[in-house]
Ligand binder design. Sequence first.
Ligand code: NI
Length: 226
Amino acid sequence: MLIEIPEVFTAAEAAGMARRLDAAPWVDGKATAGAQSAPDKRNRQLPEDHPLARELGERIVERLTHNAVFVAAGLPKTIFPPLFNRYEGGEAFDYHIDNAVRIVRSRGQRVRTDLSATLFLSEPDTYDGGELVVEDTYGPRSAKLAAGHLLLYPGTSMHKVNPVTRGVRLASFFWIESLVREDSQRTLLLDMDVAIQQLTQTGADRRSLIRLTGVYHNLLRRWADM
Ligand code: NI
């Protein structure tokens, strides 16, 4: 399931991050590509251990930890320290599936990439192209979100970034290891979670709500791997 999370950062906050990133020392994005996908990847990235990447990455993780939609949809166990990329002058990244396991070099920790996330940091009207296209169950879906908004999609999906033919596209991208590995199970839990919240708001019978909430937790207990 593809989930749009609006306003993880306000437009002003995103603009502030983009301004600082714009002046950063970008390197060839092939640095983190696998041998197979390297020829299809034309962009630039901020080195993983650059102080600005660390600082902004921590800010993103901190913000998401308190974002109710992100927590409900992703059921995060570990968030990979966010990376940053930049596309301009026709740069693009053709269709690929991200590596299943990534290593956080600073702590030698392995993260299974159950979900992929892109936080858009440039306003859509400042560049042409640069859509993130994700192959969903029902075909390709294209996303070009406002600065500060985030797209969450299954790590199992094929995706690409279209060529940026005008302006600069800055974004943060990272992965989440979820308590629940399977996208279909996370989708079911999220549907139930949303229904429970709506029933709570519309004043449904309390005892039934408690039972239903119990079913949610019993499913999560069955599916969670720690
Ligand atoms: Ni990718």
